[in-house]
Ligand binder design. Structure first.
Ligand SMILES: O=C1C[C@@](O)(C(=O)O)C[C@@H](O)[C@@H]1O
Length: 253
């Protein structure tokens, strides 16, 4: 199993890494959140840029990214535009989405970019190759905020992300009952032991799915999202509690 190294964090090795999202609307809100998170300490920060009011002005995005990098020191930054069709705040034209992700990768201010895997294979490959050409890693993602697909379908999507060349395949699904959480965990176990040659990230959302955000080290998910202030998705636990649970489990494994 290959791991993914970003700055001094090795995703896929040992205890699952904690990623804290920033969902500020203004530059000040974003930087205040960054300072708060930096003081608290986390493995990775996700900038959910779809929340940012100036996201369609790419020069402003770059300026904010530069400030964000300063505020976060050496903490790796994951840059994510979550589109409205996958549960995010805004819609974006595919050409702009590719341009935004490619441009931000080139700045050197971010370490990872998130590309929604079902944007279209050409667009996904374009972002992956732009990111890789400047040493930026790619998380390919897929979200279902209504339901949990069958196990085979979840595995199929994760495998497709790997085949497209993403460094880290990721899927977030909504459980309608407890069995759906088992389906997600079972797909995670199967993908990570039988098919993946790289780290993967999976989660079952909301309260019913919260267990899946804690047991990644057992079933094969390498990173978990935790909230510091406003959560970016249902079911995210506070970072301090998350750290406690992950380390308790780690000690007993
Ligand atoms: O893809 C994900 C996972 C997530 O949706 C979650 O359920 O924790 C939170 C998002 O901010 C992130 O981009």
């Amino acid at each position: 199993m290959n791991t993914v190294k970003v700055r001094n964090i090795e995703i896929g090795a040992g205890i699952p890494k904690i990623c804290v999202p920033i969902v500020g609307v203004t530059r000040n809100e974003i930087l205040d959140a960054a300072k708060f998170i930096a003081a608290m300490g986390t493995d990775v920060v996700e900038w959910r840029v779809d929340w940012y009011q100036d996201v369609f002005n790419f020069d402003e995005v770059e300026k904010t990214a530069e400030e964000l990098r300063k505020a976060l020191g050496d903490t790796p930054i994951l840059f994510t535009f979550r589109t409205s069709k996958e549960g995010g705040e805004k819609a974006i034209k595919t050409a702009d989405y590719v341009e935004l992700n490619s441009k931000i990768a080139k700045t050197g201010y971010v370490d990872l970019v998130d590309i929604e895997a079902f944007t279209g294979d050409d667009a996904v490959k374009q972002v992956i190759s732009a990111a890789h050409s400047c040493g930026v890693k790619v998380v390919a993602s897929n979200h279902d905020f209504d339901k949990t697909p069958e196990k085979d379908e979840i595995v199929k999507r994760l495998r497709k992300m790997q085949e497209l060349g993403a460094d880290i395949p990721k899927i977030a699904v909504m459980p309608q009952n407890k069995k759906d959480v088992l389906t997600l965990l079972s797909a995670t176990e199967e993908m990570s032991t039988e098919y993946a040659d790289r780290p993967i990230i999976t989660m079952s959302m909301a309260g019913t799915g919260v267990i899946s955000r804690l047991c990644g080290e057992v079933f094969g998910s390498s990173l978990t999202f935790g909230a510091a202030g406003k959560a970016s998705a249902p079911g995210q636990m506070g970072v301090e509690d998350l750290k406690t649970v992950l380390s308790l489990l780690h000690k007993s494994l």
